[in-house]
Design a protein around this ligand. Structure first.
Ligand code: BGC
Length: 756
């Protein structure tokens, strides 16, 4: 459609009555906005997402209960996050955009960039990572890819929606710095880099206030802070008080409230409680969205085969080879029989349940692909071993599996979580595989030690109890509709695994950071671990983990060399160029994800031991080398200052660590940055030590105390430290103090006003 065919937003807005504007702020049904026929404003469709299109043909619901049109089921975020491949995300995005165009969908409801705070969150399969940088970079590319096709996205669930228990009411109690450094940056990156057409506010409350009526979140942070100009839509049913929502910056309520919301908004305007301006602003945002959607060119049909091939490529990049003792993998193309055990080989688990559940165009099973790949060369014997949703061991199935294992050269055991273990709407009860699957593994391994385990799970499972029985483990997460064939390719060495963990696999559930603070009680969940999510926690507590964040093996090996770290720009907005050479030192082609972590050992605030600040994925033929470059910007070094309510780049020494995982650091270097020179403001409550540390505060204090007995005590070698810990206002009140409270207040104000 050309620009002339789009609605003229300003003209339409000028023509609308207040009632019509208020009506625009409510959906017309489950999936559509309202149209205004007399002014040629069409209703547009938005629907789930995120890893495939879920457009319901008939009965509508937002829980994934009713059927939807066939669409490509790409690997959900939990899988594809392990690719660490923004270029792949952009390609998937473009394909998703085309599927939307072919189905007349204007906005795809995703991606979700909430952090994986607890491994028990029922919806972790829809989220990318425990690290905000990784989640933000991948989601940003996905959004750009989808929107490059003239189709909108909905960045969700904004914000601090990190559990399913009481998701519609729970208050996430999160301190300011933790919000800014952990729970908001992925949203911020996508908003500022990719401008998603819509942002979906979450169901929950944040520090007591519903996201749907949180003006700090929706207006101060999102619009004023990050410059967002798109539309804010409610999660389906997230509205609490509609008029308060409009005032706070929630433009559109979905699904339709059947006019209740409109009534409420009009009532509030009439009562003088809601300015008409706020209704105009929200209506303008809805109309702008409609105008954007009118730019979409329809597509007759999408290329089902090409999209399946892309889903296959995505699955190849997403699986993570956790271990491979004795080079058990890849499986040799010829030789004795292979026992394939586990129902998941025949009945793949490739996506999670709930609103994101896609009706796939086809589904590849690993068993079929292994049989096809080995036909005429190796015999494949299959035994299901267990029934997926059964909790009890089935002796006949176990006996059949053990017999198959005994007669085989090598055994591939497909284990995983039954669909009922993880879903939108509720959290998991534990982190383990079903007990009967573990028992099956033990019995099979006793019959034949050459065991490869392939896992299918949307959230992390512990492996420490049973991994001794499996010399090789391929963690598949959920790999989408082509995952079965991709798994066979990886097992047979047609491609080398290249996925890296986007979340830590702890040794024990009890080690995880949210224990004791998840899922909260009486409607409140306290984020007591603060900044220490994921690897930040395991590092801070020097805890051993089964597999660290960023880990993933390959069929080849990589050497890291010649690290060069250059400060390109210093000062308030530093830029640091990190480069190194990566060489494929093995015999197979493969891809490596180089990770750059920053450390800040000497800071005036607590800082996590190391934080991921950049990464690059590089594909290399055997023997080939490539120079890899990663640029770090100001945010890589900054912390959120709760004193200044802003980002601060504190000058001093920083460490740059380059590794193949968070616990496999290969190269490191130190740099010195000048920083932004910002100083924590001095107040009357600042301690003498804080005055002394201030570039001019020290001179001032020494000056006023000179020759005074209090000064002698303050600088006394033995007692000085104790005195220096006292807020100056208290010292000022001590008998014989040469400083008055007023003098102190004036000095603090003056010293804080002038920059360093
Ligand atoms: C989910 C959203 C989804 C919406 C529409 C809600 O229950 O939280 O992620 O987009 O339903 O189906």
């Amino acid at each position: 459609m050309t620009d002339e065919n789009r609605i003229d937003v300003a003209a339409v807005l000028a023509e609308l009555t207040l009632d019509e504007k208020a009506a625009l702020l409510d959906g017309s049904d489950f999936w559509h906005t309202q149209g205004v026929e007399r002014l040629g404003v069409p209703a547009i469709m938005m629907t789930d997402g995120p890893h495939g299109l879920r457009k319901q043909a008939n009965e509508a619901d937002h829980l994934g209960l009713n059927n939807s049109v066939p669409a490509t089921c790409f690997p959900p975020a939990a899988g594809v996050a392990s690719s660490w491949d923004p270029a792949l995300m952009a390609r998937i995005g473009a394909a998703l955009g085309d599927e939307c165009r072919a189905s007349d969908v204007a906005v795809l409801l995703g991606p979700g960039v909430n952090m994986k705070r607890s491994p028990l969150c029922g919806r972790n399969f829809e989220y990318f990572s425990e690290d905000p940088l990784l989640a933000g970079v991948l989601a940003s590319s996905l959004v750009s890819g989808i929107q490059s096709r003239g189709v909108g996205t909905s960045l969700k669930h904004f914000a601090a929606n990190n559990q399913e228990t009481d998701r519609m009411t729970v208050s996430a109690e999160v301190d300011e710095r933790t919000l800014r450094e952990i729970y908001l940056p992925a949203f911020e990156r996508v908003v500022t880099e990719a401008q998603p057409w819509t942002v979906m506010c979450s169901y929950n409350r944040i520090n007591g206030v519903y996201a749907s009526e949180n003006s700090w979140l929706l207006t101060d942070v999102l619009r004023r802070g990050w410059g967002y100009t798109g539309l804010v839509v409610s999660d389906w049913g997230a509205v609490n008080e509609r008029d308060r929502g409009v005032a706070a910056g929630l433009d559109l309520e979905m699904p339709s409230s059947g006019g209740l919301g409109t009534h409420r908004v009009l009532g509030a305007v009439a009562a003088g409680e809601l300015p008409e301006d706020a209704v105009d602003t929200a209506a303008r945002n809805v109309l702008n969205l409609v105008a954007k959607a009118q730019g979409r060119t329809p597509l007759e049909a999408f290329d089902v085969d090409a999209h399946h091939a892309l889903a296959h490529q995505a699955a190849l990049e997403s699986a993570v080879l956790l271990k491979n003792e004795g080079g058990l993998l890849p499986l040799a193309p010829a030789g004795g029989p292979i026992a394939v055990i586990g129902e998941f080989a025949r009945t793949p688990r490739y996506q999670g349940a709930g609103s994101s559940q896609v009706n796939p165009t086809r589904v590849d099973a690993a068993l079929d692909a292994l049989e096809a790949g080995l036909i005429g060369r190796r015999e494949v014997v299959f035994a299901p071993g267990f029934t997926i949703e059964s909790e009890d061991a089935e002796p006949a199935l176990v006996a059949e599996a053990v017999a198959a294992a005994s007669a085989a050269d090598v055994v591939v055991v497909f284990l995983g979580l039954p669909p009922s273990y993880e879903s939108e709407g509720y959290d998991r009860e534990h982190m383990e595989l079903p007990a009967q699957q573990v028992e099956l593994l033990r019995q099979v391994a006793a019959a034949n030690p050459n065991v490869v385990v392939v896992l299918s799970n949307g959230s992390a499972v512990t492996v420490s109890d049973w991994e001794a029985a499996a010399p090789a483990i391929l963690e598949g997460w959920l790999l989408g509709q082509a995952g079965g064939a991709a798994t066979a390719d990886l097992l047979l060495g047609a491609a080398s695994p290249s996925g890296k963990l986007a979340e830590t696999i702890p040794v024990r559930f009890e080690d995880n950071p949210a224990v004791g603070n998840f899922p909260g009680e009486h409607g409140v969940v306290r984020y007591g671990e603060g900044l220490l999510i994921g690897y930040r926690w395991y590092d801070a507590h020097a805890l051993p983990v089964s597999y660290p964040f960023g880990h993933g093996l390959s069929y080849t090996s990589f050497a890291y060399s010649d690290l060069a770290v250059r400060v390109v720009e210093d000062g308030a907005s530093p830029r640091v160029a990190v480069s190194l050479t990566v060489t494929n030192t093995g015999a197979a082609a493969g891809a490596e994800v180089v990770q750059v972590y920053v450390t800040d050992a000497a800071a005036s605030v607590y800082r996590p031991e190391q934080e991921l600040r950049g990464f690059a994925r590089v594909e290399l033929e055997p023997g080939a080398s490539e120079r890899v470059e990663v640029e770090l910007g100001a945010r890589a070094f900054a912390f959120w200052s709760t004193a200044a309510h802003g980002w601060v780049v504190e000058g001093g020494a920083f460490g740059i660590r380059v590794g193949a995982s968070s616990r496999d650091i290969r190269l490191s270097a130190d740099i010195e940055l000048a920083g932004d020179g910002a100083l924590a403001p001095l107040t009357v409550d600042s301690t003498a030590a804080e005055f002394l540390a201030h570039p001019r505060g020290g001179d001032w204090l020494r000056g006023v105390l000179e020759g005074n007995p209090m000064g002698a005590m303050l600088f006394d070698e033995q007692h000085g430290r104790m005195m220096q810990a006292i807020p100056l206002v208290r010292l000022a009140r001590f008998p014989g103090s040469p400083i008055s409270e007023q003098q102190l207040a004036e000095a603090a104000a003056q010293l804080s006003a002038v920059s360093a």
